[in-house]
Design a binder for this molecule. Structure first.
Ligand code: ACO
Length: 434
């Protein structure tokens, strides 16, 4: 246990007329926890917590969230301040190494990212093998896993190698993402260039071509950079927990990050931003005001949910959605960037926030509700949205991986279960089976 945890009065648990004392702790922001690490050995019981909503799987000093109050902080800094004043590269450093960098540290980190941005030339052979129309998340997951073969990781990681691995992943995820887009539209790959900062480098690789220079737009560049900051970490979410789970087996770090990418892909997690735009486009095409869609989302049998609404942790508002909505309003007001989907999104939000179904379940817009509109304004195609999320989340995944492997000891993640299948039965010859 970290010395930052305060020991509280033990809890008493009574089971089958026997009492057990369980240690309880309080974190630095007042979050309380009952320590059940010895529960099974002492009582024979395990806890049952489908979806881990009440399970603190680890201690962590990276990100703090108070879902009731809509608070999100990276290493103690409020997300609103970072989104307003910082750049993604600086936030990545903060998450990874714990402090905001001074000028020298930031320059060193940015230079290393630049130098690490070119992927091994043979990686391109993989790209040519993917079928037309491959989803860029499938390509990203495969290519990131393939890096483990191009950049072998020694069993004993020294500090210099670890720093380089982190730089490779933070930098190359962006190169691979842009390559996967170029592959999907059949254009030649554009290589990274030291002329650009992190985000504009990515946009240049996406949109420049041998016959067309990329014309950077400062507002779009800073909106995408801010979007990456907002996505950079979110404590023990589904993909980060997947990274920690895979990482706890001490697997190769490129494979570990691939586990995170796979989990992020799903429509209930990072894939929701793509689904939000599909939903808004459908409402736009059908010409309604969204009421019909909301009615379907309230009907469990329809299989539809209001995408971009609801969050496991935020039960009042998602602070990232607030920042994004403001930027969205500003960006989409620029001449040439107006998007009819913004009005539909605003209307949907207005209707939902007055509807008892959403109010009683504490369902509010999450980060994905407005992010797609900003990405559309930047010309990013819908099926690349989740890839952008992955670029943003990379420093967070790596910060959690680092925190875990540098912890006092790495415990393999291995939950228990309550078995509800067949009880003992014996093998029957195939001719005797019903
Ligand atoms: N639309 C309609 N109903 C919803 C929605 C929604 N978007 N989200 C939750 N509900 C309902 C559920 O049907 C359930 O109703 P019930 O109590 O009558 O059975 C209740 O609200 C609670 O839902 P859960 O799924 O139990 O809530 P949970 O905390 O497990 O799920 C989640 C959170 C997965 C984000 C969910 O709200 C959802 O599916 N939202 C839409 C997808 C989405 O936007 N995902 C992005 C999340 S943010 C991120 O990953 C970066």
């Amino acid at each position: 246990m970290s010395d930052r945890l305060k020991l509280l009065t033990p809890a008493t648990l009574t089971l089958e007329n026997k009492s057990y004392s369980l240690p309880t702790y309080m974190g630095v922001e007042g979050e309380k926890a009952i320590d059940i690490t010895k529960l099974r050995s002492q009582t024979g019981y395990v806890t049952l917590d489908d979806g881990y909503g009440n399970t603190g799987a680890c201690e962590s000093a990276i990100t703090y969230i108070d879902g009731e109050k809509g608070i999100l902080r990276y290493r103690g800094y409020p997300i609103e301040e970072l989104a307003e004043h910082s750049r993604f590269t600086e936030v990545a450093y903060l998450l990874l190494y714990g402090e905001l960098p001074n000028s020298e540290q930031l320059l060193g980190f940015s230079s290393r990212l630049n130098e690490s941005s070119i992927v091994h030339e043979d990686v391109h052979h993989f790209l040519s093998g993917f079928p037309r129309g491959s989803h860029p998340m499938g390509i990203l997951a495969t290519m990131v896993a393939s890096l483990s073969t191009f950049y072998p990781v020694p069993d004993q990681l020294d500090e210099a190698t670890e720093i380089q691995i982190v730089a490779n992943l933070v930098s190359q995820v962006r190169t691979i993402a842009a390559f996967s887009y170029k592959k999907s539209i059949g254009e030649p790959l554009v290589y990274p260039s030291i002329k650009y900062r992190y985000t504009s480098n990515f946009l240049n690789m996406m949109f420049a071509s041998p016959v067309r220079d990329y014309q950077p737009d400062a507002d779009i560049d800073s909106a995408i950079d801010m979007l990456l900051i907002l996505h950079a970490d979110h404590e023990q979410n589904c993909s980060t927990s997947s990274v920690r789970t895979a990482g706890s087996s001490l697997a190769n770090v490129y494979a570990v990050i691939t586990a995170g990418i796979a989990a992020l892909w799903g429509p209930r997690h990072g894939g929701a931003n793509q689904e939000v735009i599909k939903m808004l486009e459908q409402i736009h095409a059908e010409g309604g005001d969204g009421t019909e869609f909301i009615n379907q989302a309230k009907d469990k049998n329809s299989g539809n949910r209001l995408m971009g609404f609801g969050h496991r942790v935020y039960k009042n508002f998602d602070p990232r959605a607030v920042v994004l909505k403001q930027h969205c309003d500003k960006l989409l007001n620029k001449p040439g960037l107006n998007d009819p989907l913004l009005d539909i999104a605003r209307r949907l939000e207005e209707i939902a926030l007055k509807d008892d179904y959403f109010i009683s379940r504490k369902l509010y817009p999450n980060v994905d509700f407005y992010s797609g509109l900003i990405l559309r304004a930047a010309g990013i195609p819908t099926d690349m949205f989740t890839v952008l999320f992955a670029i943003g989340r990379m420093p967070g995944w790596l910060a959690h991986w680092r925190e875990m492997i540098h912890g006092e000891h790495v415990t393999i993640y291995r939950p228990r279960q309550i078995y509800t299948g067949e009880i003992l039965r014996h093998y029957q010859d195939i001719n005797q089976r019903a």
